[in-house]
Design a protein around this ligand. Structure first.
Ligand code: A3P
Length: 345
């Protein structure tokens, strides 16, 4: 009987203990993510009235809850006004390049407490139908943020779409533009791999990369192939330079973002005039994924989706050599224009 009672007591203690630990972990996670919403230091002189220490935890949790409600569209105008939350046009846009690491860059920048990402690719400037809906439509697609924060969106199609530079210029001629690039041949193969996966999923037929990248009649590089054209970075950049000076662009090394993300992110912080807030703590290498993942606090961390970091198919070395030779002069021009040199072959 006594033994039974003791066992029951032990069971109760175990349940209570688990509940206490669970609540504690939950609280730590909440506090960590709430920190992100608060101003840490001035940016561009646009700084809110509250220092982080001024706001008690309960108020922060309340605000976090409100942000969620706002996203669902349940908040009243009065609530939005009271809590000073706004949907702001982006101060910076990741305009490309597709498969350069645009998602990783956006997610990593979002670790910064003064940055709020638009989660979806909005495709406002490259899609005529969306563009016709007007700038207010675009603004309403932006996440809620505090006025001292900056909003960033990424739509890699912007980089290669003819009409986009003029349209962005009309919205904000002093906007900051981020371009993340990878070694052009690797990027083209990555591009191919993404399309290939889509075709395989739909049971569609597909060609080998070699067949698409090399024109069978001339045995030269097929410049009509989109994956090849997108990797001629300088051609696209030249179109943008008709509207924006080079100082408004920052080039991110997408290959280095994979192997050593922090220094690349620190360069972006500088370019955006943000105080350095992303640290090595926020990034950890996940051996299973083979990539760096994001750490927001001791409980909440995440890796990018499995669609990022696909295994590329083997490509004939002679095709790789041909492509590298083809891209070489364009790369030289790109280094010259941007002032950033890469070790691309
Ligand atoms: P691969 O799938 O070819 O490896 P985008 O987001 O522009 O589509 O770019 C996808 C690429 O981001 C991936 O290409 C991957 O190599 C790269 N990348 C960079 N950092 C990453 C990270 N931390 N996790 C996963 N992928 C990352």
């Amino acid at each position: 009987m006594l033994f039974k009672q003791q066992a029951l007591l032990r069971q109760k203690l175990f349940v209570l203990g688990s509940l206490a630990i669970g609540s504690l972990l939950y609280l730590v996670a909440r506090v960590g993510s709430l920190d992100r919403l608060q101003p840490l230091c001035p940016i561009d002189g646009r700084f809110g009235p509250h220092g982080q220490d001024e706001i008690p935890l309960r108020a922060l949790q309340f605000k976090r809850g409100l942000l969620h409600e706002f996203r669902k569209g349940n908040a009243t105008k009065e609530q939005i006004r009271l809590h000073n939350l706004v949907q702001q046009l982006p101060k910076a846009i990741i305009i490309g390049v597709r498969k350069g690491g645009t998602r990783a860059l956006l997610e990593m920048l979002n670790l910064h407490p003064a940055v709020v990402k638009a989660s979806q690719e909005i495709h406002f400037f490259d899609n005529d139908e969306n563009y016709a809906k007007g700038i207010e439509w675009y603004r309403k697609k932006m996440p809620f943020s505090y006025p001292h924060q900056i909003t960033i969106e990424k739509s890699p199609a912007y980089f290669i779409t003819e009409e986009v530079p003029e349209r962005i210029y009309k919205m904000n001629s002093s906007i900051k533009l981020l371009i993340i690039v990878r070694e052009p041949t690797t990027r083209a193969i990555s591009d191919y791999t993404q399309v290939l996966e889509g075709k395989e999923r739909k049971n569609k037929t597909y060609y080998k990369f070699e067949k698409l990248a090399i024109d069978p009649n001339t045995c030269e590089v097929n410049t009509k192939y989109k994956a090849v054209r997108t990797s001629i970075y300088t051609k696209h950049l030249e179109r943008w330079l008709k509207y924006f000076p080079i100082e408004q662009f920052h080039i991110v090394d997408g290959d280095r973002l994979i192997t050593e993300p922090l220094p690349e992110l620190q360069l972006v912080e500088k370019f955006l005039n943000l105080p350095p807030r992303i640290s090595q703590y926020n990034l950890y290498f996940n051996a299973t994924r083979g990539f760096y993942c994001l750490r927001f606090n001791i409980v909440f961390n995440k890796c990018l989706a499995g669609s990022k970091g696909r295994i590329h198919p083997e490509v004939d070395t002679s095709v790789i050599t041909k492509l590298r030779k083809f891209f070489h002069p364009f790369n030289q021009k790109f280094y010259q224009i941007t002032g950033r040199t890469f070790n691309w072959p």
